[in-house]
Design a protein around this ligand. Structure first.
Ligand code: SF4
Length: 379
């Protein structure tokens, strides 16, 4: 089934590390944009096509009112055969929600919240330029539970400037105490001109050494294991049955339609991307012209590479028989010689004919393993 992604590009302030497609909140532009988004979705309507997830990503989707979110969900429902139990996720920043808005989102059809918490350490949050405090994050989860949300995910970021292994693990412990159903643990990636780089230089904050970053990842996951979470993807853990249905489409070679500025879509072997600018996107929709900036057909090599890259991110690994059925190749016959050294190093696990998966420590070497799949033509 299809996943539907809706991009909401507005933020109350800009975090010091952020390289996403977003801009400062502007009430008039937001109103125009929501109209444009609803029009883009309606124009793409395929009422016979089944979809089972909607994901509001951003930006900060919780800057939209429950009424606006409800309107967009309803437009998706009228435009696609949305399953009754569809997973409907809203990304939210803790400082933007209240008990009332959360109740409104729930009534509008949102059934999963994904909070950008990033850290439970006030100084680390301030360094990142986040607008919430650790207590605000705790309160946001508490209020969401209070109004009936049973599926809540929290994002944490590791390897932050000035962060030691112990402070990272304290955030993991705090997350466990809050008790979300799902958690994503991301490594901070600093793009070349990130203001945080200047802050680091000025304040003398440094990144912990690489071996500490490895400890953060492995020790953090060990604590989550002990707390009953299942590690199912390189950066994601969940309570049993609470994996992200929408994100699994990205990792399981699935298909999705993205709506809004900068959104990507992948369907029937084609990939396309909308224009990035919020204003240009809104203008184009209002004029009735296409919002697609780039479209291309993926060739067999690219589709296979992507299926291998993304599938290997899952702890279950690649189902080799599915790859053979879909792409007509025997993964081991094709790549086995180059992969053997990773098996010997304990980074990869191979069950002939069935499964190829990264071990947990192998996940630290994921990029090196994936290089093996690049540029090897399908035979
Ligand atoms: S809230 Fe998210 S999207 Fe917005 S500036 Fe911060 S990191 Fe970027």
């Amino acid at each position: 089934m299809l996943g539907l992604y809706l991009h909401i590009p507005f933020c109350g302030s800009i975090c010091h590390y952020c390289n996403f497609n977003r801009g400062l909140f502007d009430a008039a532009l937001k109103t125009r944009y929501v109209d444009a988004l609803a029009r883009e979705i309606a124009a793409a309507a395929q009422p016979q096509t089944a979809a089972d997830s909607i994901f509001f990503g951003g930006g900060t989707p919780s800057l939209l009112s429950p009424t606006e979110i409800g309107r967009l969900i309803e437009t998706c429902r009228q435009s696609f055969a949305l399953s009754p139990d569809a997973e409907v996720t809203l990304e939210a920043n803790p400082e933007t929600v209240s008990r009332e808005t959360l109740a409104g989102y729930r009534a509008a059809g949102v059934n999963r919240l994904s909070y950008g918490v990033q850290s439970f350490d006030a100084a680390e949050l301030a360094r990142l330029g986040r607008q919430h405090t650790p207590d605000a994050a705790r309160r946001a989860v508490f209020e969401a539970r209070h109004v009936g949300f049973e599926n809540i995910s929290l994002d944490l970021m590791m390897w932050l400037p000035g962060q030691a292994v112990e402070s990272w693990l304290a955030s993991v412990d705090a997350l466990i105490q809050v008790g979300p159903d799902h958690a994503s643990l991301y490594l901070l990636e600093l793009y070349p001109n990130a203001p945080l780089r200047d802050d680091m230089a000025r304040a003398g904050w440094s990144l912990a050494p690489d071996e500490d970053a490895a400890s953060m990842y492995l020790d953090g996951l060990a604590r989550l294991d002990d707390a009953g979470y299942e590690h199912y993807e390189i950066s994601n853990v969940s309570r049993p049955g609470r994996t992200s249905r929408h994100n699994l489409k990205y990792w399981l070679d699935g298909e999705w339609l993205g709506f809004g500025c900068g959104a990507h879509s992948t369907r029937s072997g084609e990939r396309w991307r909308n224009v990035s600018s919020t204003i240009e996107y809104s203008d184009r929709v209002e004029r009735g012209s296409s919002v697609v900036a780039e479209r291309r057909v993926l060739d067999g090599d690219e589709r296979l590479e992507e299926a291998l890259f993304t599938g290997l991110r899952l702890t279950a690994g690649l189902d080799l028989s599915v790859i053979t059925a879909r792409y007509g190749i025997d993964v081991w016959a094709r790549y086995g010689v180059e992969l053997q050294r990773f098996i010997e190093a304990g980074a990869l696990v191979h069950e002939p004919g069935r499964r190829l998966a990264l071990s947990r420590s192998g996940m630290l070497l994921a990029n090196e393993v994936m290089v093996v799949f690049i540029g090897q033509p399908v035979r």
